[in-house]
Design a protein around this ligand. Sequence first.
Ligand SMILES: *Cc1c(COP(=O)(O)O)cnc(C)c1O
Length: 418
Amino acid sequence: MTFHYQDSYLHAEQVSLQHIASAHGTPSFVYSRYLIEAAFDQLDRAFANRPHQICYAVKANSNLAILGILARCGAGFDIVSGGELARVVAAGCDPRRIIFSGVGKQVWEIDQALTAGIGCFNVESRSELDKLAERAAAHGTIAPVSIRVNPDVDPGTHPYISTGLKENKFGVNAVEALALYRLAADHPSLEVIGLDCHIGSQISDIQPFEDALLRLLPLVDQLTREHISLEHLDLGGGLGVTYQNEAALDPVAYAQMVDKHLGDRELTIMLEPGRSLVANAGILLTRVITIKENENRHFAVADAAMNDLIRPALYQSWQDVKPISEVATVKPQHFDIVGPICETGDFLAKSRELSLTEGDLIAIFSSGAYGFVMSSNYNSRPRAAEILVDGDQAVVIRERESLSDLWRGETTLPPEGD
Ligand SMILES: *Cc1c(COP(=O)(O)O)cnc(C)c1O
C-alpha cells in the first residue's frame, strides 16, 4: 500500500498520481494516510511493554489534517511555537497532550500555553524557568516542567541538524539542570514532571541515543535521591529514515536498548519523532517544463523549485526521483532536476538517470517531512497544494495559493498629492 506502479503509472495507495496532477495541478505535495499511520503504529508497538507517549514533532509537517490523523492514532504533540500550539488546537487535538520545546519561548507564547493547559514545558534555560514561574504565578496556576538536558553527544549527522553537542544553543548541561530542578521543585508555581533531551535529527544508529540515555540516567537517579520525582523521561526525536540507502533507525532495537537501561525505574517514556512519522509518507509531484542542455549537462526544469522543497539546496540532501509514467518514450540520460528560481542552488536532484521529455510528471520522494513547512514564496511563487490520499480517495488538505495570496496584508503607496 505504498507508492507503487500500477498499469504503468505511479500510484499513492489506490490513486494515480497522473489523475491527481490533472485534477489539482502541480506542484503538489501528496501524502498517504496509510503510511503515516503505519509509521506511527510501528513505533508505538515497539515501545508497547513500557508506559509511553509518542508526541509528534509538529514542525516536520503541520497541516491540520496530518495533525488530525496522528491525534486519532493516539499521538500527543511536540510544539516549538505559539503558531504550532494554535494549529494543534485548530486541528481539534487535546492541549493536555502538548509538550512545548524550544530555546526562545516568548511571554505571549508562555501565556497562550498556560491558558490552553498544555501537558509540559520543556525548559531550556534559567531565564526561561524564571519567566515561566512568574507567568504561572500571574495566571494563578502551576506549570508542569521538564528540563532539557544537553547530553553532549555527537549524533554524527549533518552539523545543522545536530542539537546535542555542548557548543549548541539547546538545553543546559547536567550540572546546571540539577540546579534548575532544585529551584523548580521549591517553587510553588512549578511542578517538576519530566526530563528531556533531543540530540539531533536523521540519526540511523542506536549508539548516540544510548550515549544520551546513559548520560541522563545518573541525573534521574540523583533527582530521585533528592525526592524530586519524575513522571516521564523524554528522549526526543531524531529517528532516521531511508532517503537513499541509509538504514532507518530500528524502533524495536531502540526500544530494547531503552528498556535494558531503564530497568525498574518507573518512568513513562516520551518520544518526539517528526521526520520518521511523515518523511516517506509524502512525495512532491511536479511537471517538467523545459529540457535543456548546457555544456553536456542535461537539465530538466521542473515547476517545483527550492521554494517548495529546500532540503536538497539547504542540506545537500538526496531524495529519490521517479517518473509518474513507467513507459519510457526517449532514451534515458543523466538529468539535473532544477527549478525556475534565479539561484544556482535551486536544484531538487542531481545527475539522475531518467527518460524525460517536456510535460512529463515526476515524483520527488521522501518529501513528507520538512517539505511544505519549509516552503516560501521566494520569486513570488504561490505555495504548492497539499493532497491527502486515503485508499481510493484524494482530498485537498491545503489549497494551492492564489496570486493575490502573495501580497495578502501588503499595502500599495497612497497616490502622490501635489
Ligand atoms: C525538531 C525536533 C524534533 C523532531 O526531530 P525529527 O528529526 O524530525 O524527529 C523533536 N524534538 C525537538 C525538540 C525538536 O526540535
